[in-house]
Ligand binder design. Structure first.
Ligand SMILES: Cc1ncc(COP(=O)(O)O)c(C=O)c1O
Length: 365
């Protein structure tokens, strides 16, 4: 038997199956192209400029619109800007004063838009921007039901929009509505109805604004579960999905059109007996906020306990592992798991083809 790619990797490790990732990107881009919306991928899933560039290449090949990227944090925006991305939407608010200053600084060179929803933040951003002689674009976030960020749709949104209009250094370019509370819905009919209701709130708010003298047509929304309905609503011009690129065990149950492209590779380090084994991938190798990771090739083998450095697993009677054997697991929450690693190992056709640095990991400040 020849050498296996797993033998070449020090564990725990994060491994991308290139072909699956590529297929996931193509699946999302084919959807957005068919539905004539832009795809602004949310890079909080991979945090890796090389992957964002790979995404652009695939979009170019498919002749699909892939304008700009989303990030979650100012620190991520800085990394992607340093690596050549000039159309960045921070799909979140930047409220902390030091971070606001960094945002204005970035806008001296790059176009880094931010979501706003709060009066004082809007005035503060404008004051800082005018001090530095910077003009910047902002997107108003509308709460379409998640109850996390955003102004309420309709009149409250109009009031905030009017406040933004009064700020000479801010330019309101569109509305964001993130329907993240729909991601657990399995019934397609319910999901469709709820996604449409959420998007309608965004469209109606746009109409109220435009009746009051605004000229808004940029509406950005979507997640890896409800995108297939949100992206079809008339008026939605952009999807800002992220997880689809890798998917994970949690989302795979509701969005199986995206196969799982990333595994955690661990090594069996002990066999305490009675079908229990210890592997070297614990909570520093995989998060379990969405449940424990599952084994790729051993569906009946389960993680019983996760500690910092180890997981204790219980194998099925058929699974006889050897100490030193390498096992692949599917993460249950890919975005928080990626944040634990310095780099991805990329595998294609059974060969390691690259090592990609996760440069924006931990840049959530
Ligand atoms: C504001 C915002 N937009 C888009 C997304 C992307 O969602 P998903 O990763 O399900 O595609 C997220 C995910 O957390 C988000 O917070």
């Amino acid at each position: 038997m020849g050498k296996n790619w797993k033998d070449e990797i020090s564990t725990p490790a994060l491994v991308i199956n290139y072909d699956i990732m590529q297929k996931n990107i193509e699946t999302m881009l084919k959807f957005t192209k068919e539905n004539k919306v832009n795809l602004r991928p949310h890079t909080k899933t991979h945090k890796c400029p090389v992957i964002a560039k790979e995404h652009l290449e695939i979009a170019k090949r498919l002749n699909a619109e892939n304008k700009g990227i989303c990030v979650a944090r100012i620190g991520e925006a800085e990394i992607f800007a340093q690596h050549g991305f000039d159309d960045i939407l921070i799909a979140n608010q930047v409220i902390e004063p030091n971070q606001m200053k960094r945002l204005i600084e970035l806008n001296k060179t790059f176009s880094v838009k931010v979501c706003v929803d709060y009066e004082k933040n809007i005035v503060d951003l404008n004051n800082l921007a005018s001090k530095e002689n910077v003009k910047m674009e902002v997107v108003m976030e509308v709460d379409v039901g998640l109850g996390r960020n955003g102004v309420q749709p309709g009149e409250p949104a109009l009031k905030i929009a009017k406040l933004i209009k009064k700020q000479p250094n801010l330019d309101l370019i569109g509305l964001q509505g993130y329907e993240g509370h729909l991601t657990a819905i399995k019934d397609p009919e319910i999901l469709k109805r709820k996604a449409e209701e959420c998007m309608q709130k965004l469209v109606d708010t746009r109409d109220i604004l435009n009746k009051n003298g605004f000229k808004i047509d940029y509406l950005t929304a979507g997640n890896t579960v409800s995108y297939k309905y949100s992206g079809k609503v008339d008026g939605i011009t952009e999807l800002q999905t992220g997880t689809y690129i890798f998917n994970d065990e949690h989302y795979y149950r509701v969005s199986p059109e995206f196969d799982m492209a990333v595994t955690i590779l661990g090594t069996v380090t002990n066999n305490p007996g009675n079908r229990y084994y210890t592997i070297d991938a614990g909570l520093k190798a995989a998060t379990n906020d969405n449940g424990n990771p599952i084994f790729k090739d051993y569906p009946k083998c389960k993680i019983r306990v996760m500690t910092e450095e180890h997981s204790i697993i219980r194998a099925s009677p058929k699974d006889n592992f050897e100490i030193g054997q390498k096992l692949e697991l599917y993460p249950s929450h890919i975005c928080t798991t990626v944040n634990l690693y310095d780099f991805f190992t990329v595998v294609k056709d059974g060969e390691i083809i690259a090592k990609w640095d996760i440069l924006a990991r931990g840049k959530n400040y």
